[in-house]
Design a protein around this ligand. Structure first.
Ligand SMILES: Cc1cc2nc3c(=O)[nH]c(=O)nc-3n(C[C@H](O)[C@H](O)[C@H](O)COP(=O)(O)O)c2cc1C
Length: 184
């Protein structure tokens, strides 16, 4: 079983990452980690968009340009870990999503214009931690859930969130230890 770990955590001491490591142990499988901080992914720009369009037009979908999309499409289980940033997730994750949403690899369109999945995964786990309250799930988890529903065809989407870690009087270490103990 292929487990894809999309690590969008940024800080070395990331609390989100600590939780994700336990979830990864529980899920098991052959883990392939994509550490976005190290991958140097760029948002699409005019040059890369042209390159991508040309490769798609030629149906050169095995090109290294699409390696992230290919990993994603082939994974059985996907785990995403990201801090909650600006009511959403880290920009690294958005760059990654731009790179994997490739027609013909992760999804396609039917003749009516409806997207259908080309992904193998049946399960995705989304993990996030926040400094305050997650005021709405809509722009972080909700967005990923919508991609799972509409593009990737992933039915089992789980959400692990730990909130208020930066609030006065909070002991984040204790909270994280409690979450980890419950997961074990
Ligand atoms: C750039 C930035 C944006 C953030 N935006 C929010 C936010 O909108 N709401 C919130 O509750 N916390 C926010 N935080 C706090 C983080 O969500 C919180 O510290 C989180 O636990 C960090 O995760 P980590 O320990 O995995 O790095 C932000 C922190 C940073 C650095």
């Amino acid at each position: 079983m292929k487990t894809l770990f999309i690590n969008a955590c940024i800080r070395k001491e990331s609390r989100t990452l600590k939780i994700a490591k336990v979830v990864l142990q529980n899920v098991g499988g052959d883990v392939e980690e994509v550490c976005l901080e190290k991958e140097n992914l760029r948002p699409l720009n005019e040059k890369s968009l042209k390159e991508r369009d040309l490769l798609i037009a030629r149906q050169e979908l095995n090109n290294d340009f699409f390696k992230y999309a290919q990993y994603f499409a082939e994974a059985d289980t996907i785990i995403i870990a990201t801090p909650y940033y600006d009511l959403s997730f880290s920009a690294l994750l958005k760059d990654y999503i731009e790179n994997i949403n490739v027609v013909g690899i992760t999804f396609g369109y039917d003749e009516k214009g409806n997207p259908y999945s080309l992904c193998k995964a049946q399960k995705l786990i989304y993990i996030t931690t926040s400094g305050g309250k997650i005021v709405s799930d809509e722009f972080g988890y909700g967005y990923i859930k919508s991609l799972c529903d509409n593009f990737y065809g992933i039915k089992d989407v789980q959400y692990i969130k730990v909130e208020c870690l930066d609030m006065d009087g909070m002991n984040p270490q204790e909270v994280i230890n409690g979450v980890i103990a419950n997961l074990k």
